[in-house]
Structure formats: C-alpha cells, structure tokens
Design a protein. Sequence first.
Length: 290
Amino acid sequence: MTVHTSWRRRAALTTVALACCASALAGLPAGAQAAPLSPAASAAVTTFSDDFNGPAGSAVDGGKWQIETGDNVNNHERQYYTSGNKNAALDGQGNLVITARKENPENYQCWYGRCAYTSARLNTSGTFTQAYGHVEARMKVPRGQGMWPAFWMLGADIGSVGWPNSGEIDVMENVGFEPGTVHGTLHGPGYSGSGGIGAGYTLPGGEAFADKFHTFAVDWSPNKVTWSVDGNVYQTRTPADLNGNRWVFDKPFFLILNLAVGGYWPGDPDGSTPFPNQLVVDYVRVTTND
C-alpha cells in the first residue's frame, strides 16, 4: 500500500501542505532491545512544557498551540478538525482531552461530502520549534476500530521545501485494530508514507494502550533518533538505515498532537467503535540534550 499524505490547512496558518503520518510497519516483540533511558536527561533544560492545567472546558494555551481546522482528502481521513475548544479542551484535572465525535452540527464539508465526524489537531509551528533534545508526552489513547491518535513532529521548513523533504518524526502512532502496539517512524525523501523507516512496540500479556496512561518519547541528536515507551528503548535510527537516502533531521521541528478518525491505514470506524472517543494527554515536555 502506498500512502502519500499531504495536509491542506484550512486555518489561518502560514504552513501549507503538511503530511499526516501513515506507515503500517511491523511491530517488534514487547520489550525488544529494552533498556532504560539515560538519567542525563534530568540535567537538561526544559524548553517547552504544557501540563494542561486550567478550568474544565477551557481551550489550550494559544501561546503554545495553534489549532488547525479542515479535513484531509489525501489520507482519506473522515473527521473535520474544529477550532477553539469544540473538540480539544482541558478537563480541569491537568489533562488535555481531544474528543472525536460522531456528529456534525455545524454542517462541515469533507472530501467525501458532509463530514461524519469531528475531532482536533494542534501544533506549535508558530510558537515553538527545536532541533534535538528529549521530546515526551504522557497519554492515554482511545480504543476502537478506525481511531488514529498521533504525537509527531514536522520540519519547520515545510512551507519552503514541502513534504517529505521537510522530514517527519512520528513519536507515537496507534491504529485501533492494533490495541497493544504503537509505532515510531521517520519519513523523508525516498522513505515516506508506507515506505517510512520505523518499528512498533507491543505491550506484553495482551495489554492495550487504551487501558492506562503511557509515556512516549524520542531522544534526538545529530544523526540519531531513539524511541522509547515508558522508558524502554525499542529502536534507534541513523543515516545508515536510510538505504542511501538523505537524512533531513538536523534542523528545527515543531510538535503536533491529533486524533484522526479513519484513513488508509486504520480503516474506517465500524459499529463496535465507541463515540465520543478521547485521546487524553497528561503533559507534553521538551528538553535539551545535556
């Protein structure tokens, strides 16, 4: 399956044609190459942090996040991303809740007609970018066929070089038909879409990521990106893994959080999929390398 994805942002954002990640890559066994992360990160400087503290129902901090709106025809997702706090709001208990709903009271139009679902997508493209460091989020993913939560990054130069030349680092993706597996992937020129370079991490004993909160992170340095779940390292990628293609990850990137519904990779929701459905984010944090 070839999945080439590009995003046409309908909000008043300057970056256009973003790519949404999609690569159904084979998962590694639970705990594969498991090793604790270096404690050196504790000595690093925090450059971005959001603990999502605030009154229940309030929108995210506009000084940290921009909210995108619109649909995604190229990836055939089914949701319309809405503005404000309609589908992304604080819960008053220190969490951001991104809610996917099977409703469309505003009559939003999608690539396939009247949108059947709404959800939210946030980014830091106008507020925060960084090259290298430890990038981490603690989240509880939704459960159900067709759900597609993601925490990822795009090169800040996407507006001038386009995707995949901008590069994309997927810190965490989960698709509903794999409740116990998450994926970490690199996309760039010659290795994008379903050809992305990455691997999966599977929980032991049939556990599902929707059962409780987990911490997803990358440690990123020149010519190296390492992924972990709950402190367990499960893959490291360097230019040697790109089959001679260009490494495009030595520059600033920005952060993205979103909950997609449907699409080429996860497939569409079915009668078993619960709605409303939620991606709950405890915090997002970025530090420098020590």
